[in-house]
Design a protein around this ligand. Sequence first.
Ligand code: NAP
Length: 316
Amino acid sequence: MHEFGWGSTADEVLAGKDLSGRTVFITGANSGLGQETARAMASRGAEVIMAGRDQGKLDESVAAIKADHPKAQLETITVDLTSLENIRAATSRARQRFQKIDILINNAGVMATPFLHTHDGFEMQIGTNHFGHFALTGELFPLIERGALKRIVNLSSRGHHFAPVDFDDPFFEHRPYDPWIAYGHSKTANVLFSVGIEARYAVLGIHAYAVHPGGIQTNLGRHMTEEMRAALMARVTSRDTGFQWKTIPQGSATSCWAATAEELEGRGGVYCEDCHVAEVDDESPTHGVRSYAVNSSYADRLWAMSEELTGVRYPS
Ligand SMILES: NC(=O)c1ccc[n+]([C@@H]2O[C@H](COP(=O)([O-])OP(=O)(O)OC[C@H]3O[C@@H](n4cnc5c(N)ncnc54)[C@H](OP(=O)(O)O)[C@@H]3O)[C@@H](O)[C@H]2O)c1
């Protein structure tokens, strides 16, 4: 039996934990799951560095959290994951401002965008969701190495079931663009990145976890047309899957669990959902991680491609 499950909330998962003295860096912290994760971690005494691309939105989120938790220790930093130059500048500022990062939560994301490109010419979804976070994490590595907890949480999604990473055409240059395939393979990349970190840095005590938070109504759906929304709902509710939305506090629970659970000590490179480590499953529409998302050869291939495309070199 798992202690926590589908309906657990971030506060329940963190209850009784003392995070004082811990520094948590969260991307996309001005909205949805990121904001709730920041609130819950700060309420347990953590110093939370809230990263977002818009200072005004970050200030609003800080004010919302402080309204409930006046003593919350919150810092903000702007970073736009669609620009390698911006990421380099932001992380350089972070290395000057902060001593260490105990927990990095790569939470920011976009879903089902139209066919757009980042400043560096990457397709927008894999460019933001994976390559942006790959570059950010690499540039923050010296801070993570100095942290005591050394955990990295990468927000993936059950949407990774939609597609493996297409290594031959990551940016849809040679096939018609499909917003769901693009989201799906970006979220597979988030799992493979976690596997890649584990393979390289478990020896340093650094562990990475991919997380599917559940289905939660946030700003993530902003790019969907009514038609896309209806088609998605038909898909997730078909075959009697028993689909139910989670609340935002429930949706933030698995990130908080992966970031702090004692039972994960010394173990990473896994995909978590509903506050437990999921099984590899190539059939289920409702559970599990696809084998192509935890395949170590694919993880190595993605790592090499990511270093080449971002120019960010991790410590060897
Ligand atoms: N909600 C769900 O049902 C669900 C399901 C599975 C997985 N997830 C994953 O959970 C994570 C959080 O999503 P959410 O539901 O909380 O969505 P959300 O409310 O839309 O939050 C996404 C966050 O990412 C930020 N972001 C987007 N593009 C960015 C960029 N270029 N640079 C920096 N920040 C950027 C957004 O900033 P702005 O406010 O400035 O746009 C926002 O803070 C995502 O990785 C998503 O894929 C969510």
